[in-house]
Design a protein around this ligand. Structure first.
Ligand code: HEC
Length: 162
């Protein structure tokens, strides 16, 4: 009986030793994965904004040409980039202010849905003002967004297919 107990005790001690070896191994793995994760590429706030700038400009010419399908597409691109900021730039304090653009986005979406050019122009101006309101609120007031005068690219046709 005593022999059996001693054997069991030794066995459990051995398995304990094995367990701590195992958790050591797992910890090393976790550390190395955390290290890798911290080095994976994450797009920055400025990159999202650069993308938003492109789609904001294209959106104007889509609306001016009453190409409502393209206008809707450009709106979605802006939304995706706004979502990206919330997902990937949550560590930036400026991200808390991103919601101030939502109302202007909704109104503009609505005018695109209604295919109303006059409403589009008015709401596009409001959206552009919202961009600047946020830039002012986040100490980037020197970054002034305007209604574009010429299409941002010469290799894209903003007109609808006839
Ligand atoms: C959170 C509020 C906020 C809103 C809303 C916002 N921006 Fe920005 N924007 C910023 C901040 C903060 C920066 C600086 C980013 C950085 O640190 O690189 C910036 C930078 C920019 C830049 C500079 C990028 C560059 O490379 O020059 C452009 C262009 C820009 N925003 C366009 C827009 C447009 C267009 C809109 C509206 C459709 C908009 N932003 C809405 C906060 C905002």
């Amino acid at each position: 009986m005593q022999k059996i107990l001693i054997t069991l005790l030794t066995l459990s001690m051995l398995s304990c030793g094995q367990k701590s070896d195992n958790s050591q191994y797992l910890q090393t793995k976790i550390d190395s994965l955390e290290n890798k994760l911290s080095q994976t590429y994450k797009p920055g706030f400025g990159e999202f904004m650069g993308n938003i700038q492109i789609h904001h400009a294209k959106l104007w010419f889509a609306g001016e040409n009453q190409n409502w399908q393209l206008a809707d597409f450009e709106m979605n691109e802006i939304k995706e980039n706004l979502d990206g900021i919330q997902k990937y730039c949550s560590d930036r304090t400026e991200t808390k202010s991103i919601g101030m653009i939502n109302l202007a986005m909704d109104s503009l979406s609505n005018s695109i849905l209604k295919k109303n050019k006059v409403m589009f122009q008015r709401n596009y101006t409001t959206l552009t003002n919202s961009c600047n309101t946020c830039h002012q609120a986040t100490n980037h007031e020197y970054n002034v967004i305007t209604i574009p005068k010429i299409p941002p690219f010469s290799n894209q046709d903003f007109m609808t297919k006839k």
